[in-house]
Structure formats: C-alpha cells, structure tokens
Design a binder for this molecule. Structure first.
Ligand SMILES: *Cc1c(COP(=O)(O)O)cnc(C)c1O
Length: 239
C-alpha cells in the first residue's frame, strides 16, 4: 500500500493559513465599515479544485461552497455527500442544466432572465426543492458576461417571488473589468436597496472576490465569493 500523508498535511496547513488570512481581511473590512463579521457569509469558490479540498475546507469550518460549471460541480457535490455544506451556483447557467443544478444547489446566484426563472421553478418543483435565487446584476450594462441591467430587476424579482419553488434572496454582481470596484459595488447597493423596498426578505448582496472583497464589504456585501485567496491560483483557467 502506498500512502502519502505528507502532501495532504501540507495542503491542510496551506488552506488553514489562507482561511485565517481571508477571515482577517473580512474582519478588518468590517471594522472599517462599522459592521459585524457575523453578517458576512464566506463562500469558498472551489471550481477547478478537487473534492478533497472541499472536504478539508469543511473540516476547517467552511459551510458554503461555490461552483460555476454544472459538469464539474455535480460530481463534486456527490463526492461530498455527508458533509454539511450549502452549495451555491455562481456561474452563467443554461436552461438545460437547471434540472441537475437544483438537485445539489440551495442558492443560484446567476439568475438574469425570465427563461431561467421558469426553468429553475419547474425543475425545483419537480425535485421537491425550494431554491434561493439571486438576481445577477450587470454593473457595466455590458452584454456577454451575464447579468440583468438594473431596469430589469423589478420584473425579474416579481417573477421569482411568484414561484412557490423559488425564494427571492437578493442580488449578486461581479465588478466590471478595468474599472474601480467600489463605485460599482455602490451602484449594486442602490439596486439592492430598491429591491428590498418591494421585497423586504431579499437581503442578500453577493459581491466581492479575492481581489475586491474589502470594497464589497464597505458597500454592504453580505456574501463574498472567494477562490484564489483561499485555494491558490487556477493554472490555465480563464474566468
Ligand atoms: C471564480 C469566481 C469567483 C472567485 O474568484 P477569485 O478571484 O478566485 O476569488 C467569484 N465569483 C464568480 C462568479 C466566479 O466565477
């Protein structure tokens, strides 16, 4: 039998150290913003990393994981059955993947069109599940990277709220490329505020990644999605 405990031991030490550093950043950002770190949910974005890393992170206290491709996430979630984890789908989603995604994801962050609302609702209903939906907002109104423009948010929200198998959770965004993140996150916060005036329960603001989680927390993020800072670089991976 060939067992090699060394690499796993190194990996757990590396993840522990990274996690401590990310938690310290969250605490510092909360301190500057006068917020309580308990308000922030850290989602570990495990795309491109193996189920063994998810397992180690769960052992270190991670409760929420994010994935962006169903082909990769579905088998990973199966491999992690038995762990108490909440799975978040954070990538662009095709209608034909909805039946699979609703089986293991409690939250879909990338709802940006009516067709997707209808598909998620019918697949969740068939699976006997209730899925929390976040409306992905495009902060530069650019097409192609996903996200609804802010003017579309009220109608999408009503459509989600009308579905018994869906729960309207709030909003999600990715900072636009080549622009300072903080003003973009400030715009997201305004969109979230308007949404909450019509739907008081829709309190989630999913914003902030490894490079900009501090700015996101300054602008009210409740959920940060962190990959690289926790798990390391993704060689050859293009977002
Ligand atoms: C990959 C990804 C993240 C994590 O990005 P890092 O920069 O590695 O922290 C967050 N959100 C979305 C939508 C992603 O696709």
């Amino acid at each position: 039998m060939t067992t090699e405990p060394e690499p796993a031991a190194d990996r757990v030490a590396e993840l522990r150290e990274n996690l401590a550093a990310v938690r310290a950043r969250i605490a510092a950002a909360c301190d500057r913003a006068g917020r309580d770190p308990a308000e922030i949910t850290l989602i570990a974005v495990t795309k491109t990393f193996p189920a063994s890393d998810v397992r180690l992170l769960a052992g270190l206290g991670i409760t929420d994981v994010g994935e962006n491709r169903d082909q990769e996430a579905a088998p990973k979630a199966t491999a992690c059955e038995g762990l108490t984890l909440r799975w978040h789908f954070i990538g662009q989603l095709q209608v034909n993947k909805c039946a699979s995604v609703v089986r293991y994801c409690e939250v879909v962050h990338s709802v940006d069109r009516s067709k997707l609302v209808r598909a998620l609702a019918s697949r969740a209903e068939a699976a006997g599940r209730v899925v929390t939906c976040l409306i992905q907002v495009s902060l530069d109104d650019a097409v192609g990277r996903g996200g609804a423009v802010s003017a579309q948010v009220p109608d999408l929200a009503s459509e989600i709220a009308a579905e018994p198998s869906l729960r309207l959770g709030g909003v999600m965004a990715v900072a636009p490329l080549g622009q300072p993140a903080r003003p973009a996150f400030a715009r997201l916060r305004e969109v979230a505020k308007e949404l909450q005036s019509a739907h008081p329960g829709a309190s989630v603001i999913s914003a902030g990644m490894s490079g900009d989680l501090d700015d996101a927390i300054a602008e009210g993020a409740t959920h940060v999605r962190v990959g690289t800072a926790l798990l390391g670089g993704r060689p050859g991976f293009v977002r």
